[in-house]
Ligand binder design. Structure first.
Ligand SMILES: NC(=O)c1ccc[n+]([C@@H]2O[C@H](COP(=O)([O-])OP(=O)(O)OC[C@H]3O[C@@H](n4cnc5c(N)ncnc54)[C@H](OP(=O)(O)O)[C@@H]3O)[C@@H](O)[C@H]2O)c1
Length: 280
């Protein structure tokens, strides 16, 4: 791949302050590369909802770590990813590394867009992030001691975003990952009750899981001021991917990195040590 005026490849990291993007940007920076963050608060700003911001963010960019907001399964995602991918390739982008979601039909359409783009591509089709319990909407329930969620007793192979970032970094900096679809899971299936138990054990605080119906969860979202349309998309996503279709392990991390993925217990221990869950 060609280099820029500084003799380096420029990588645009979309969602570069978020759960995976921040870690990808940190790895690129530590390797002496200069990632460009693409988010609404970056300079220049990048906003999925404002196409006028895209061209400047893509100027002189060689590779993109492509994360869509809020989710590839949400209405509007397919069209936005299609337009962005076309503009990126037209602007000279030669490599796309897409963060995708496991078991999401709509995400499959965006994956195909990236595969057909003409750029080198790698797809990271990921299961539920462990870090949803510490850096996102499940943190508040953990702190309250009750995770009320519409996941029944389904088992999910939660993946540590550190592993996703390692795979993304490898794809962006090493040969051999082009044309690869990596399905990324953790090494173990856990129910949400199991996950709550691991967090309780690691943090020393009482945390339990309470399965609720989609209707109960919708009512709770409404109470928290989540707009009805957004809540419907969120519930469709949760009830879709948590119906058992993803309750099996894959070897994506091992195929990409030659090592086993991190276990949820290791994530819980490391996270408890940061103090984000309080406790000991
Ligand atoms: N969470 C999961 O368990 C999971 C599992 C599989 C796949 N995924 C996929 O991961 C992707 C990212 O989700 P996430 O939950 O991990 O989010 P996240 O990365 O934590 O999201 C936050 C990031 O997105 C930026 N952002 C928010 N709104 C934006 C907008 N309108 N335009 C541009 N940037 C925006 C934020 O920065 P600013 O605030 O500065 O804009 C921040 O950098 C989604 O496409 C989802 O499908 C998630």
């Amino acid at each position: 791949m060609e280099n820029n005026a500084h003799g380096q490849k420029t990588t645009l990291v979309l969602g570069g302050t978020g759960k995976t993007g921040r870690r990808v940007a940190e790895r690129l920076t530590a390797a002496g590369l200069r990632p460009r963050i693409g988010s609404r608060s970056s300079e220049p700003p990048f906003d999925w909802e404002d196409q006028a911001t895209w061209a400047l963010a893509l100027k002189d960019v060689d590779a993109v770590y492509l994360t869509y907001q809020p989710d590839l399964a949400f209405p509007g995602a397919v069209a936005a990813v299609r337009s962005f991918t076309a503009l990126a390739v037209e602007s000279g982008v030669r490599q796309l590394v897409l963060l995708s979601g496991r078991g999401e039909e709509e995400a499959g359409i965006s994956e195909q867009t990236v595969r057909d783009s003409g750029a080198d591509w790698t797809i990271l089709r990921s299961s539920w992030f462990c870090q949803n319990f510490s850096e996102d909407y499940l943190l508040e329930p953990v702190l309250a001691g009750v995770i009320a969620f519409p996941a029944g007793d389904v088992a999910e192979p939660f993946v540590d975003v550190e592993d996703i970032a390692d795979v993304a970094f490898a794809a962006l900096t090493e040969d051999g990952h082009s044309g690869q679809l990596y399905e990324l899971t953790g090494p173990r299936l856990l129910t949400f009750a199991d996950a709550a138990g691991e967090i309780a054990a690691a943090s020393g605080r009482e945390v339990r899981y309470v399965p609720v119906s989609p209707e109960q969860y919708a009512a709770e979202l409404a109470e928290h001021g989540v707009p009805a349309e957004y809540a419907t998309s969120l519930l469709d996503l949760f009830t879709g991917v948590l119906d058992g279709r993803n309750a099996h392990l894959t070897d994506g991390v091992r195929r990409a990195l030659g090592r086993e993925p991190r276990d949820f217990a290791d994530y819980a221990r490391a996270t408890a040590a940061t103090g984000v869950w309080g406790g000991r």
